[in-house]
Ligand binder design. Structure first.
Ligand code: 6PG
Length: 226
């Protein structure tokens, strides 16, 4: 599988480059004057990216917010992806709750929470921010998990090796249909997974074939900085 080479930046430039990419992708999606959808992942870089994104002058009243995955914890829990995005992006921008569709990870019936989330997703997501774990997982689609083979359902409840174990996640058909998607990957611990993705191994992240890649130098290995 061939994909365009990643963009590589210095570690200190990564979050700004990611926020800039998202800003441009959102501008492009909003250019026709309509609404657009933005889906966000959790993970270590998302908070800083959202913090910078919140400083951008965009018609935010026309952006609807979604989640790529969610840990099965209450929304005020420290591990909640919603909390991360709320603190760094939604609250600073005073986004009304009507523009935010969060995954209800706290519900006892996780399968029902997944089905209900599928019912509120737009037909196609405009802009998606993704991360990749050291094992090559993305969203909460972990290597070897049967969720990777899902073709019908758009959202699933899954158990993964990364704590907290229970997660709600978008599936590959939703991620691969997105108009624009960006992986942001940082740190030497990810270097081997990056190498494997670009060598054509079918890691979960590699299966989001439509995505662009932004790496910091440590994650990039032999790829050179631009
Ligand atoms: C999550 C994620 C997950 C994340 C990757 C990378 O909620 O855990 O959405 O897919 O993006 O695990 O996370 P790090 O950047 O923290 O390594």
């Amino acid at each position: 599988m061939s994909r365009p080479p990643p963009r590589v930046v210095a570690p200190e430039a990564l979050t700004a480059a990611a926020a800039e990419w998202l800003t441009q992708a959102l501008r492009q999606a909003l250019a026709g004057g309509g609404r657009c959808s933005l889906a966000l992942s959790g993970g270590r870089t998302t908070g800083a990216i959202c913090h910078l994104l919140a400083q951008q002058a965009l018609p935010w009243e026309r952006v609807d917010f979604y989640f790529v995955d969610e840990r099965c914890v209450p929304p005020e829990h420290a591990e909640s992806n919603f909390l991360l995005v709320e603190e760094n992006l939604l609250r600073p921008l005073s986004i009304p709750s009507g523009q935010v569709r969060r995954m209800e990870g706290e519900r006892e019936d996780r399968d029902a929470a997944a089905r209900d989330y599928a019912a509120v997703l737009p037909p196609v997501l405009d802009v998606v921010l993704l991360g990749m774990g050291e094992d090559g997982h993305t969203a909460s689609l972990f290597p070897g998990n049967s969720a990777l083979e899902e073709r019908e359902r758009q959202v699933l409840a899954v158990v993964g090796p990364k704590p907290p174990p229970w997660r709600l996640t978008l599936t590959l058909p939703v991620l691969t249909a997105a108009r624009r998607a960006l992986f942001v990957v940082a740190g030497a611990g990810k270097q081997d997974a990056v190498r494997r993705v670009f060598a054509g191994e079918a890691l979960p992240a590699a299966r989001v074939t439509n995505a662009e890649w932004l790496l910091d130098r440590a994650a990039a290995g032999n790829f050179s900085e631009d």
